[in-house]
Design a protein around this ligand. Structure first.
Ligand code: FAD
Ligand code: SF4
Ligand code: SF4
Length: 665
């Protein structure tokens, strides 16, 4: 290849501020094999792309280097431009002189010299590029949704309504997530269950949705359009097809004093239970750790009373394999624990707030259960310690959030709003009560949000104190709250009947393990990472996997539902095609040299390497070699780096190309 075109982009001033782009283009023009080199303000713009296309024809270019930003931004743009000018798109490469150069250097001469080196390396690589043809793979038009909170429910319903099959996998015995635990919801104060339950029922009845509750993802294989998911359906000890949901088993179960985690341990439940009255499915599950039968081999009451014979103590976990083409991850959040310092976590606990030893210090979700008509107190706000009505309640915002010294620097986004809601719900139920709120500042962007917050302060008479709480301690039947009011510079002490801590929103425990199974990335807190913060907020960097809801970062219900619908739209876009084109940057094995040590098989993170038998005409096995399935290969190059006999190479990144790049320096 000897007629290469080099196009050096200014990226506005992003590159040209630090790099002398004219000099880089002039030096590129002198490189052997470069037939044309120029610079342009915005290569990605329409005129920039036209410049590239015209140059291909005018200068009969047979290879292109665009020296600009990261290939993640615009590789596709320039390859498409090259293609429309009649060039094989894989003969067009990007030299990243923005992220790798202008953004990280200050000295103009040094940055310019480095940019020229990067360009020279890419020219050396393009010279040895081959014409490649995209790989086409069929698309399985079924999708998996992981997590049955409002995010997963919305995504599943949208995809199913569009006529595609959905497999919804929920870890708990019922779908619903946190929204099922809420009482009323900001900013309209409508009952959470009333707006949630119809959607849960729609999921259960939808002909296109297969629901696996009490289930988790065991393994994920495959790639966009062709995933194979193994679901572990945990043993409920109740046969779903036989159970009529009559509830006799729960009523007769003698083990009745098990803390009810759905009610944040405020009430109790039996060993065979449905988590809440509106649960979907309305099929009980036996909590084996607390069931007398499983502990002692005696009891068996539920089996005796169950009319349809649905109880099965011998039931075992089932592994179900589901082929799907796309995955929506919607595993939600959990609240920062105030009861203990999270084990093995860099996050420090709140010892000064009692570490959960003061019974009348609760978190926001516990308050939701107290305020909920379906909660353990029937909607009456009563203190956990003695069941009395609290006349003074102190709410503390930002517990864990925005506290770098405690380990979390982000804002949990929903606490300002739900604390304002809590003060209103409290005032609506206890008219002569007084709510105090310790806050740093009120963050209320969102439609009708600021108006809602002002209502709490101006009409519902919540007293907002700007400052943080330094200590809580029990004094008789009161909880003393010590804090500061920084707006007037005084120390404040309130004897409260109840304290509600707005604790930080965190990713679910085990979010990292699931991410590793899915091959998606996560941030330092374990929230899942989107492919691009602004332009790809729903897609993961791993093709075919999309994010919805609070698993990506703290979110309220409107934002969660919007993102879930956006994820569903992405899935439907994918399913609009029968076949997908994949980049042909995949590894290939040189069968002659392969010694079948299969190191490549061990190290391949995509599971793309298989064993291939080579037989003679009579069908006798001659030898075994490694084979890379191009449909599965992710193009990471790990096999190439590990092969001791240098028998496996990645198209576009061959040893010859890498050596040529090094020699160009
Ligand atoms: C105290 C409090 C009050 C709130 N009040 C309001 C309000 O008034 N208005 C408002 O707009 N928002 C409110 N919110 C926010 C609201 O709860 C969230 O926006 C919403 O629940 C996010 O939904 P989600 O589906 O993303 O997550 P979740 O509700 O957490 O659901 C996630 C689901 O995924 C399941 N799951 C987790 N891991 C796995 C796995 N590995 N495999 C399978 N399933 C899994 C979980 O069991 C769960 O069912 C409040 C939040 C709190 C804490
Ligand atoms: S008694 Fe049997 S049918 Fe009734 S809810 Fe229990 S398991 Fe289901
Ligand atoms: S590592 Fe190389 S030699 Fe070993 S099996 Fe794979 S391709 Fe063959």
């Amino acid at each position: 290849m000897s007629r290469i075109g080099v196009f050096v982009c200014h990226c506005g001033e992003n590159i040209s501020r630090t790099v002398d782009v004219e000099r880089v283009a002039a030096e590129a023009a002198r490189l052997p094999g470069v037939a044309y080199a120029t610079d342009y303000k915005y290569m990605c713009s329409d005129p920039g792309q036209n410049l590239l296309k015209n140059a291909v024809t005018e200068h009969r270019l047979d290879g292109i280097v665009v020296a600009a930003c990261s290939p993640r931004m615009h590789e596709k743009t320039f390859r498409n431009a090259a293609k429309s000018a009649g060039l094989n798109p894989f003969l067009c490469e990007m030299a990243n002189i923005r992220e790798h150069c202008s953004w990280v250097h200050e000295d103009r001469d040094e940055a310019t010299a480095k940019a020229s080196d990067i360009v020279a390396m890419m020219v050396a690589r393009v010279k040895k590029d081959k014409r490649l043809v995209p790989i086409t793979v069929p698309v399985t038009k079924r999708s998996l949704v992981i997590g049955g909170g409002i995010a997963g429910i919305q995504a599943a319903l949208d995809i199913a309504d569009a006529g595609h099959q959905v497999v919804l996998v929920e870890r708990e015995p019922s779908i619903g997530g946190h929204m099922a635990q809420l009482s009323e919801t900001f900013p309209t104060l409508d009952c959470s269950q009333c707006i949630m339950t119809p959607k849960m029922v729609d999921v259960a009845n939808h002909p296109n949705i297969t629901l696996h509750t009490y289930s988790e993802i065991e393994a994920v294989d495959g790639y966009i359009g062709n995933f194979q998911i193994t679901v572990r359906k945990k043993a409920r000890s109740v046969i779903e097809e036989k159970c009529t949901g009559c509830g006799v088993c729960s009523a007769k179960c003698p083990q009745k004093k098990i803390p009810n985690t759905f009610d944040k341990n405020l009430g109790t439940r039996p060993a065979i239970y449905v988590p809440f009255p509106q649960a979907v499915p309305n099929t009980p599950v036996i909590d084996r750790a607390n069931c007398t039968w499983f502990k002692t081999g005696k009891c068996g009451v539920c089996q005796k009373v169950c009319g349809p014979g649905a109880i099965n103590y011998e039931q075992e976990d089932q592994l179900i394999v589901e082929p799907v083409g796309a995955i929506v991850v919607a595993t939600g959040f959990e609240l920062y624990s105030i009861t203990e310092k999270p084990k093995g976590s860099p996050i420090k606990g709140y010892g000064e707030f009692g570490h959960g030893t003061i019974p009348d210090v609760i978190d926001g979700l516990t308050f939701e259960r107290l305020a909920s008509a379906s909660g353990p107190t029937g909607g009456k706000i009563l203190r956990p310690s003695d069941g009395k009505e609290p006349k003074q309640v102190v709410f503390v915002q930002c517990v864990g959030s925005r506290a770098r010294e405690k380990g979390i620097s982000y804002c949990s986004k929903i606490c300002c709003m739900y604390t304002a809601k809590h003060t209103m719900l409290y005032k609506h139920k206890i008219h002569d009560g007084q709510a105090y709120v310790f806050f740093m500042d009120a963050r209320t962007p969102g439609k009708s949000y600021d108006e809602f917050w002002r209502r709490a302060v101006e009409e519902e008479e919540a007293v907002y104190i700007r400052g943080m709480v330094s200590r809580l301690y029990q004094k008789g039947d009161k909880v003393v709250v010590m804090g500061s009011d920084i707006s007037v510079g005084v120390q404040v002490e309130i004897e409260a009947d109840l304290v509600v801590l707005a604790t930080a929103v965190q990713p679910r425990a085990g979010a990292d393990t699931l991410a590793q199974k899915l091959g998606i990335s996560y941030d330092s807190y374990h929230f899942y990472s989107e492919a691009h913060a602004k332009l790809k907020p729903v897609e993961c960097a791993t093709a075919g996997i999309y994010l919805a809801g609070a698993c990506q970062g703290p979110k309220d219900i409107p934002d969660t539902v919007s993102q879930a619908s956006a994820a569903a739209a992405k899935v439907m876009t994918l399913f609009a095609k029968d076949e997908l084109e994949r980049e042909p940057i995949v590894a290939k094995v040189n069968e002659k040299n392969c010694v079948a040590c299969l190191y490549c098989k061990k190290v391949c993170p995509y599971g793309a390497v298989e064993e291939k038998e080579i037989r003679d005409r009579q069908g006798n096995l001659i030898r075994v070699v490694a084979y890379v399935n191009p449909g599965v290969c992710g193009g990471c190059g790990t096999c190439q780096a590990s092969c001791p006999s240098k028998s496996v190479e990645l198209d576009g990144y061959t040893d010859e190309q890498i050596m040529a790049m090094i020699e160009a320096l």
